[in-house]
Design a protein around this ligand. Sequence first.
Ligand code: ADP
Ligand code: MG
Length: 348
Amino acid sequence: MKFAILKNEFDDGHENWAHACKKRGIDFEIIDLTSNTWFEQLQAGTFRHCLACPPGRQRVFKELYDERAYVIERVSGCFLYPNYREISLHENKKYLSYWLKAKKLPHPHTHVFYNRQEALSFARQATLPLVGKLNIGASGKGVRVLRRREELLSYINSAFSTGIRGQWGPNIKMGSYTNRFMKLIREPTRVLKRLGAYRRDHGELQKGYVILQDYVEHSHEWRIVRIGKSYFGHQKTKCGDKASGTKGINYVLPPAHLLDFVAEICLANNFNSMAIDLFEDGKGGYLINELQCIFGHVQEYICEKNGTPGRLVRESCGWRFEEGLFNSNLSYDLRLENALALAEKRVT
Ligand SMILES: Nc1ncnc2c1ncn2[C@@H]1O[C@H](COP(=O)(O)OP(=O)(O)O)[C@@H](O)[C@H]1O
Ligand SMILES: [Mg+2]
């Protein structure tokens, strides 16, 4: 079996996929999905199995990736990992809110307005605070907690006139300036790449619609991950208004009912590689905040029990913790193992 790795415009996910393939001796070729000849390249290589790198920074490339992934999986019938549904839900907050509503899955109540007057009349009587969100964007940079009425009205007016942008630059929550300066000296190429990312993030302008979400009181978010039969989880701790992009991790083992909740969603919707971020609803249940089929992790592992890294596996008697390092190569090694098993099942 030969895989086409579908490189995006910016991230290095294709390198992680390539590294995973090399380790297992799997044949692969990297195809730039942003190229005009992407389809011809796939045809020329007679590829039927593809590994995806869905992007998450600019709307234009997100659209490109979704459209081409659709054609690859749904029109051409190729095997795609993560699959089209997982890719389409990735980094699209408004679409995710419609999807969760239609699936009757609990999530923070989300309002998406394409009409300024409708948004303003909602805002004049809405309970504050509300959370304004950019549709695409990570690390909390596109999220604003709107506590005052004038702030909310001005946010809406900007969304329908000049447009709104994410916060520029590094996340203040992500570490000290001294550390950053040292990094610049030690790893100039990496730092230049980051600067490019900031420029792209900030260059992204959202105009003509506004996403407002009910505010959910929280001290942390849960991150639960499924990759094949492996599940992982921890809490992301809040810094300022946000639990995203803070690198604050609390290695608390997720409770069984949370793991069950996530596992049921993944099984029912064919999510094989998925990170689900959730708030607690204060009534013993959970609200889904985000779904990401490819996600980075700064730490070497996602889950630990009593200081030992590992994964959770569901068995007939319940959840069993298995010690070990399962997240090497940013979890792409585990994803490839899962992709191979699924692809083989499909072929036979
Ligand atoms: N509805 C909400 N109520 C309160 N805080 C929120 C809400 N949505 C997001 N946040 C906070 O903002 C952070 C970033 O929001 P999120 O939707 O996860 O976007 P990002 O894509 O930037 O991670 C979250 O980690 C959470 O702490
Ligand atoms: Mg988040």
